[in-house]
Design a protein around this ligand. Structure first.
Ligand SMILES: Cc1cc2nc3c(=O)[nH]c(=O)nc-3n(C[C@H](O)[C@H](O)[C@H](O)COP(=O)(O)OP(=O)(O)OC[C@H]3O[C@@H](n4cnc5c(N)ncnc54)[C@H](O)[C@@H]3O)c2cc1C
Ligand code: SF4
Length: 466
């Protein structure tokens, strides 16, 4: 049996951050185990931007954020075991894992950090009546198909659930030419971030049907449509409100659950509320020497907070492994400002918008003055005024997508600055028509001044061993 001071299970942002801080805190041997062939976790398929504002002070795409962390991990003398799945963990901190090249090995760990992330709730959990036709897919799987494998799972889409994955996939499918007919949300407000409701639905005129659910799936071999209905205060469908929506795809975005089979095997206490391990301020579970961080503890909206939690868990695990007292981490001095959620009725008329610059999400009212100037109300700071004026005179968005390489690899790309909103479909056409050559590195320019804009199209993930 091998020994490692700190073993981290899961190479997503939580695990990478934990591995780095365990090394920084003085742990000699740190082993990071990831079942996928590459590090990055869920970030690899999240090609949109919106990551890293707190951690790096700039808006990055998921692959860019992951690559920054991976670089630090590779430079920090951390043992990285990719393509390796942990199959067992016990309370004595014996980690059993299997990989194609090493076979089955056991590692005795001084401390263990659980960072296995979460998984999607499947359709079975929902009990929607109907047969089991092709075309019912979870949003995360669809995201992997579209963003990593370059495969479109459908053309006429209804999305059930308005959490962030559902919203982001509504935009992504639209950009790739699908018709997203509706996003249905059973609750009275959306569970997604304000900026996602604005930039993923409102920008593309996709209807958000609040207090609605899918009551039936039609079709034998392939989905032919769904029935949606309003729900009452007990979330039961209201008779007489049914509406048939023809579609070939029903995308389910109905929540995520922490991935806790290993935690349970180790005997870690699981919270009935979060469905993740119960942890203390040091991110230690009820079993001494077993720590947990990131989405395996509870589903986090922002990756920056996942990295921060990983940092605490890694440092605590290193202290434990070295026999040092665990200093109870001071409560966060600065409280995380949560992004405002649950925007029910987005202002549809031209006089109002929601500021998406910072998590506060102020509703801004814009009116024309007699002197031709625009008057902005509702902003809590000056940046909001500038945002509102820009939004009403020349709105811009950063475009993120994928581009095919000659060997079929899908390379995530983005514009290096926002482009005018009306240029988005023209630029998508250019991206879809062009093929690029590998190898390519993060930040390489692929198309200069794409579509006659001021922005260059750049690569957001390196493919250097191709
Ligand atoms: C669609 C979507 C959009 C998002 N958008 C944003 C956004 O715009 N901005 C933002 O800040 N955040 C966003 N987030 C949130 C953020 O990305 C996540 O909270 C964060 O990535 C979670 O990190 P993690 O390391 O806990 O989990 P993950 O990234 O899921 O990593 C867990 C890793 O553990 C591995 N693993 C699991 N079990 C085992 C095992 N038995 N053995 C070995 N390895 C294992 C998995 O393969 C995976 O790589 C989004 C999340 C999603 C899903
Ligand atoms: S107006 Fe200022 S405080 Fe309000 S959301 Fe915009 S940037 Fe944030």
């Amino acid at each position: 049996m091998r020994y490692s001071d700190v073993v981290i299970i899961g190479g997503g942002p939580a695990g990478m951050s934990a591995a780095l801080s365990a090394r920084e805190a003085g742990a000699d041997k740190v082993t990071l185990i990831e079942r996928d062939d590459s590090l990055g976790g869920i970030l690899q398929q999240c090609i949109h931007n919106g990551f890293g504002l707190h951690r790096f002070g700039e808006e990055l795409t998921g692959p860019e954020y992951a690559e920054r962390y991976e670089k630090m991990v590779r430079e920090a003398d951390i043992e990285v075991m990719t393509g390796t799945i942990v199959t067992d963990l016990d309370s004595r901190r014996i980690v059993t894992c299997v990989s194609e090249d090493r076979g089955c090995i056991q590692i005795k760990a001084g401390a263990v950090v659980l960072a296995m992330g979460c998984r999607e709730r499947p359709r079975g959990a929902l009990n929607i009546p109907g047969t089991r036709p092709a075309g019912v897919i979870t949003a995360g799987t669809a995201q992997k198909f579209v963003n990593v494998e370059g495969y479109m799972p459908g053309r006429e889409v209804v999305i059930l659930g308005s959490g962030d994955i559902g919203l982001i996939m509504a935009r992504r499918m639209t950009l790739e030419g699908a018709h997203v007919k509706a996003v249905c949300e059973i609750m009275e407000d959306s569970g997604g971030l304000t900026r996602n409701i604005v930039q993923c639905l409102k920008d593309f005129g996709i209807p958000l049907k609040l207090r609605h659910t899918v009551t039936e799936i039609h079709g034998r071999d392939r989905v032919e449509g769904v029935t949606v209905a309003q729900v009452d205060e007990n979330l039961k469908p209201v008779k007489g409100t049914e509406e048939f929506i023809p579609c070939d795809t029903l995308m389910l975005s109905v929540g995520l659950i922490p991935e806790n089979e290993l935690s349970k095997k180790a005997g870690v206490e699981i919270s009935p509320t979060t469905k993740g391990p119960v942890i203390d301020a040091n991110r230690q579970t009820k079993i001494p020497g077993i720590f947990a961080c990131g989405n395996v503890v509870k589903v986090h909206e922002l990756v920056d907070f996942v990295s921060e939690e990983g940092h605490t868990a890694g440092r605590s695990a290193a202290c434990f492994a070295m026999g040092m007292n665990l200093a109870v981490q001071e409560k966060q001095a600065k409280k995380h400002v949560k992004e405002k959620k649950g925007v029910q009725n987005l202002p549809a008329e031209t006089g109002a918008t929601i500021c998406t610059i910072c998590p506060v999400g102020c509703t801004l009212k814009v009116t024309g003055e007699a002197d031709g100037q625009l008057k902005v109300e509702g902003n809590s700071c000056r940046r909001g005024r500038a945002y509102a004026i820009k939004e009403f005179t020349s709105p811009e968005r950063t475009l993120t997508s994928i581009m095919a390489a000659g060997d079929g690899t899908m390379v995530p790309v983005k514009t290096d600055k926002p482009i005018p909103k009306e240029k988005i479909s023209e630029c998508m056409k250019i991206i879809n028509e062009k093929t690029l050559m590998l190898p390519i590195s993060l930040g390489n320019i692929i198309i200069e001044k794409i579509g006659g804009t001021e922005a260059n199209l750049i690569c957001t993930r390196s493919f250097i061993n191709k």
